[in-house]
Write a protein that binds this ligand. Structure first.
Ligand SMILES: [Zn+2]
Length: 169
């Protein structure tokens, strides 16, 4: 008899329903779990106790996870993003085909994918990854844009620093 249970979760990126297989040894398959944003939502006063805890879990389906992973090939892309953020802060639109007010969201989303891909563990990276949904909304609302982007840049910076150390030799 199988010890596997199936739970249903929603992909936080595309909204698709993900059937997740839970095995008795604690492993799971079918999606990628990044943790809960409940604590952060409580802190920000945006927690609704009527919504079940599972709605505060951040999941990605296989496809979204794969797409994010493939977007980050190497350090060059990270450096390009870092430069794009700097250009954007100086008043240039680094992506002329993207409306200016959407550029911060694009920069943020790209940065988050890179942090995830690199499993970044710095203080800033952890902060961003644990709150990315909230931060993204703050950017969408036009709220705290510069603070969020600055944190993202700090996270990328520490990642670039650590890669530099790792690539020596
Ligand atoms: Zn998805």
């Amino acid at each position: 008899m199988s010890e596997t249970a199936v739970i249903r979760r929603k992909c936080s990126v595309c909204g698709r329903e993900i059937p997740v297989k839970l095995h008795s040894d604690g492993t799971y398959e079918g999606g990628h779990y990044f943790g809960s944003v409940k604590e952060a939502m409580i802190e920000l006063g945006r927690y609704d106790p009527k919504r079940p805890d599972e709605e505060y879990e951040y999941w990605e389906c296989e496809e979204c996870f794969k797409e994010a992973s493939e977007r980050v090939k190497n350090r060059d892309e990270m450096e390009k993003l870092y430069i794009d953020i700097t250009r954007w802060e100086m008043g240039f639109n680094p992506y002329p085909h993207v409306p200016s007010d959407k550029v911060p969201i694009l920069l943020f989303d790209k940065g988050v994918k890179m942090l995830e891909k690199h499993n970044a563990q710095s203080h800033y990276a952890r902060k961003i990854l644990s709150r990315k949904n909230i931060l993204r909304r703050q950017i969408s609302d036009g709220d705290h844009v510069l603070v969020v982007i600055d944190e993202l840049r700090c996270a990328l910076h520490s990642l670039l620093d650590s890669e530099e150390g790792a690539s020596e030799g």
